[in-house]
Design a protein around this ligand. Structure first.
Ligand SMILES: *Cc1c(COP(=O)(O)O)cnc(C)c1O
Length: 449
């Protein structure tokens, strides 16, 4: 029996309508070289979404491979509950070296959802045990419309993508919802790109009226990724930081998608000189090799949890594989590569090339908008560019374009009708050129029916 048949017999795929999956012939990946994925039949594909936004330096960077091998020879895993471990200490130090200034503490977990959820629990508990009793009323969160922060229930509560999140509403805690800024489909009409004024007012209004009960604002800095690569306007994050300071509200930055060079800086917050009180990282943390995540905190936040053990102020949270040794070894190697190869300078050069090549797509009748930050791009397909009339979701245009591009040797995965381009940071100029010309040909092919 083929791998494809065996997959269809037993595997339940995430975010997938399995009745469609069972009718199609799944592509089965067997190995990878550089930025290329290779299937069981030997076909090669550019990994155009970095294996769901995680891969950073390609799939086989020798430094990460060696670091993981060497770590495996010493220790695969040991717990951080009651014990320390060498690789977790090394990884935390390296991470804080590159993190926004002012973050001093690292809490490890396994994935982006838990990294965000831990940040939310930290913010909540921080105020609960604050010596000023008035501040103990701070129990609620503000998040943006169309926010995506992961799939565990706390992260789902913070999320605002109706398609994913609505059904779980009865299980979730209520959240104040601020307008998402810079949205192509702004509910207030075609005011883009100046609708950000309205959006900031929405955040301002919530904080002015409800600050006494708000623990934290949670945002994806610069780019709301799963929402469909929605760009936040310049200066927005800095102004939200200012609002949080004014109203004694914590700022949680979810850099699970934007972290590790994706936007041309190590963290997106740096573009606006912002240090959040809590920073969630995951996807690119290990270079895309192993599942590891971290929640970074300021010393002030950390100190809010200190006290005699019988006071019960410790953070009651921990995952079995927290601080996994192999993941931490990969993290150290990942961060060393950034320095050794001046990766950020290369990302900025590649991003400029990508932007220039994407200009050519703007002439296509179906391309409504192209939104980019660094090597993070959404190409929004619409039925009519002038009126921004969308396709009927049932037509699955984004899906069809991503299937068509496979025949041209590229793997992409859309968000609805937004085609996402998230190549590894190690993408070459030739690969960028191929990616964009293959995308253009695929859009033309699907448009022609
Ligand atoms: C992917 C993502 C998450 C969730 O991460 P998982 O590792 O899938 O749990 C959270 N926040 C953002 C911004 C993401 O892109």
């Amino acid at each position: 029996m083929s791998y494809a048949d065996r997959d269809q017999r037993h595997i339940w795929h995430p975010f997938t309508q399995m009745s469609d999956w069972l009718k199609e012939h799944p592509l089965v990946i067997e190995r990878a070289e550089g930025n290329t994925l290779i299937d069981t039949e030997g076909n090669c594909y550019l990994d155009g979404v970095s294996s769901l936004w995680v891969n950073v330096h390609g799939h086989d960077h020798p430094k990460i491979r060696r670091a993981v091998h060497e770590q495996l020879d010493r220790l695969a895993h040991s717990t951080l509950l009651g014990l320390a471990s060498v690789p977790s200490i090394d990884a935390a130090e390296k991470l804080l070296e590159v993190a926004p200034r002012g973050l001093t503490r690292v809490f490890f977990s396994d994935n982006g959802s838990t990294a965000v959820e831990i940040a939310a629990k930290m913010a909540f508990q921080y105020w609960q045990q604050h010596p000023d009793r008035r501040l103990q009323k701070k129990t609620r969160f503000v998040a943006l419309k169309s926010a995506y922060h992961g799939d565990t229930l706390g992260a789902v509560s913070l999320g605002g993508v109706d398609l994913f999140h609505q059904i779980f509403g009865p299980l979730c805690f209520p959240v104040y919802r601020a307008e998402n800024a810079g949205c192509y489909r702004c509910p207030y009409g075609l005011r883009y790109p100046d609708c950000d004024i309205h959006c900031l007012e929405s955040m301002e209004g919530i904080l002015e009226h409800h600050a006494e009960e708000i623990a934290a604002v949670v945002v994806e800095p610069l780019m709301q990724a799963a929402a469909g690569m929605l760009r936040l306007p310049e200066g927005w994050l800095r102004r939200v930081r200012g609002l949080c300071d004014r109203h004694e509200v914590l700022l949680i930055a979810d850099e699970v998608a934007t972290g590790f060079g994706r936007t041309g800086r190590m963290f997106a917050c740096e573009h606006e000189g912002v240090t959040p009180d809590l920073l969630a990282v995951a996807k690119g943390l290990t270079g895309g090799f192993l599942p590891l995540a971290a929640t970074l905190a300021t010393e002030r936040l950390f100190e809010g949890f200190l006290g005699p053990v019988e006071a019960g102020r410790q953070l009651f949270h921990g995952h079995t594989y927290t601080g996994n040794a192999l993941g931490c070894a990969a993290t150290v190697a990942n961060l060393e590569i950034f320095k050794a190869e001046d990766v950020l300078a290369r990302v900025r050069a590649r991003a400029a090339r990508l932007a220039q090549r994407l200009e050519g797509l703007r002439d296509l009748a179906w391309v409504g908008d192209i939104r980019q930050r660094g090597l993070m791009v959404g190409v929004e397909l619409v039925r009519d560019r002038e009126t921004r009339e969308p396709f009927d979701p049932a037509e699955r245009m984004g899906h069809h374009v991503c299937m068509a591009i496979r025949n041209r040797g590229v793997i992409l995965r859309p968000l609805g009708d937004v085609v996402v381009l998230m190549p590894p940071l190690s993408v070459t100029e030739a690969e960028i050129d191929h990616l964009v010309s293959a995308l253009e040909a695929s859009i033309r092919e699907v448009a022609a029916g």
